[in-house]
Design a protein around this ligand. Structure first.
Ligand SMILES: [Zn+2]
Length: 270
């Protein structure tokens, strides 16, 4: 990818703070400096500070604080983390809640079963905290689309924007979700080459996303290869949506990402 194109790209969901090798952090810093913008997703209290430090070092980067569904079982039994998360969010202007979600396929190492009840409890608490503070959320959802819809429908209050990252649903699900009363208009969708590109349904799902609500993401921990994957995804967007090319797709998706994350600036916490 050329430097000029890269400077137009907003990576709406990545984990570049997790590559702890010194050369990894150098590469992450360089990539964040070259991109037009990026949103760093933490995964648990143990990496909140690393994500925050990397985001603070780069003007175009935002930080999201949360507990990932793959880590939720370690926190579900206690409440201290929720107060710590609230304090983190209040202390970091422009931050939002992520990565949170539901994953019916993820069985934590060493455990015999998927810890879905724990995931659900931790997800609902974080969704409600984001609603309370008026900030967006970035959501991971694997094989739990129906449950997610039920939770969104039943929630007494919702975050201003809900980003469904590396979206794995079909075209019909995008249509159903975006038409849903109460939350359909708050939804944004992103796709990552490393997760979505092999699935045949991805192109149709991309085509169904409403104008202005399609974002691009790497979902990567390591910077190496991320720029190439973002470009590949943008080329697919351009093809599917009939846009002029990767540069136009970069501009359109970056505009949508900025609009989504700008809601973090206007929340009740600022
Ligand atoms: Zn992720």
């Amino acid at each position: 990818m050329t430097t000029a194109l890269l400077s137009e790209v907003y990576d709406a969901h990545c984990h570049l703070h997790l590559d702890a090798r010194p050369e990894g952090q150098r590469a992450a810093g360089a990539l964040l400096g070259a991109l037009g913008g990026a949103a760093l997703m933490s995964t648990a209290p143990t990496d909140w500070e690393a994500a925050s430090a990397l985001a603070r070092a780069r003007p175009g980067a935002r930080c999201l604080f949360g507990i990932h569904p793959w880590r939720a079982h370690a926190y579900a039994g206690e409440r201290g983390w929720l107060d710590a998360l609230r304090a983190r969010l209040l202390a970091a202007p422009g931050s939002a809640v992520g990565e949170i979600g539901l994953d019916r396929l993820w069985r934590p190492p060493g455990l015999a079963e998927v810890q879905y009840a724990a995931q659900r409890a931790v997800f609902v608490a974080q969704l409600d905290l984001a609603a309370e503070l008026g900030v967006p959320v970035s959501v991971h959802c694997v094989r739990a689309q129906g449950d997610l819809q039920d939770l969104l429908r039943a929630a007494p209050r919702l975050p201003p924007a809900i980003y469904l990252h590396a979206f794995g649903g079909a075209r019909g699900t995008v249509e159903q979700l975006t038409r849903a009363r109460g939350y359909g208009e708050r939804l944004y969708f992103g796709f990552a080459a490393c997760v979505n590109l092999r699935a045949p349904k991805t192109r149709e799902a991309i085509a169904a996303v409403p104008e202005g609500r399609l974002l691009v993401e790497s979902d990567r921990e390591a910077a190496e290869g991320a720029a190439g994957e973002l470009t590949r995804m943008l080329e697919v967007y351009a093809e599917v949506r009939g846009w002029g090319g990767a540069a136009e797709a970069a501009r359109r998706t970056a505009r949508a990402a900025r609009e989504l994350y700008a809601r973090a600036d206007g929340g009740a916490k600022s």
